[in-house]
Design a protein around this ligand. Structure first.
Ligand code: ZN
Length: 153
């Protein structure tokens, strides 16, 4: 039992205010709450280079050649895929238009450093297709003799 510091009335420990005078009662009589172990998270300092940025060599910041090279790579990939697809599709549709397109696009795509296998495939497929198409046109126009257009059998 403790007494109110204002009027001296005894109060039950844990009561917030005195029932007679309304004064705030000290809460020291409560059982002590075990202190919560507050683990301080490690303070992550933002990365600060030991040298100020002005002293770093300017070559470390965004070389513009890299962006240009990447854009050219994208164009070469587009040409390679376009050449391959059009050379394959040219066997079935619009061969007069698609096969030369596939040949040219594959050659352009071959100049890129990547996807050279696909570009070579497009070149070979479209070149063979162009030769077959030219021979078919010439044979249908009866410009080639039979021994030239016939196969082995
Ligand atoms: Zn009181």
């Amino acid at each position: 039992m403790s007494n109110c510091p204002n009027c001296g009335l005894a109060y039950v420990p844990g009561t917030a205010v005195c029932v007679r005078c309304g004064a705030a009662l000290p809460q020291a009589a409560q059982p002590p709450v075990p202190p919560v172990q507050t683990v301080q998270p490690p303070q992550y300092q933002p990365y600060q280079p030991s040298m100020p940025r002005a002293m770093l060599p300017p070559a470390q910041f965004a070389p513009p050649q890299f962006v240009r090279a990447q854009r050219e790579f994208c164009w070469m990939d587009i040409f390679t895929v376009l050449g391959f697809v059009s050379s394959v599709v040219g066997y079935f549709f619009a061969s007069v238009l698609l096969l030369p397109l596939g040949l040219i696009a594959s050659i352009v795509g071959f100049r890129g450093d990547r996807n050279r296998g696909l570009a070579v495939a497009g070149i070979v497929i479209s070149a063979v297709g162009v030769m077959i198409k030219v021979m078919l046109i010439l044979s249908q126009a009866a410009l080639l003799p039979d021994w030239f257009t016939n196969g082995i059998w």
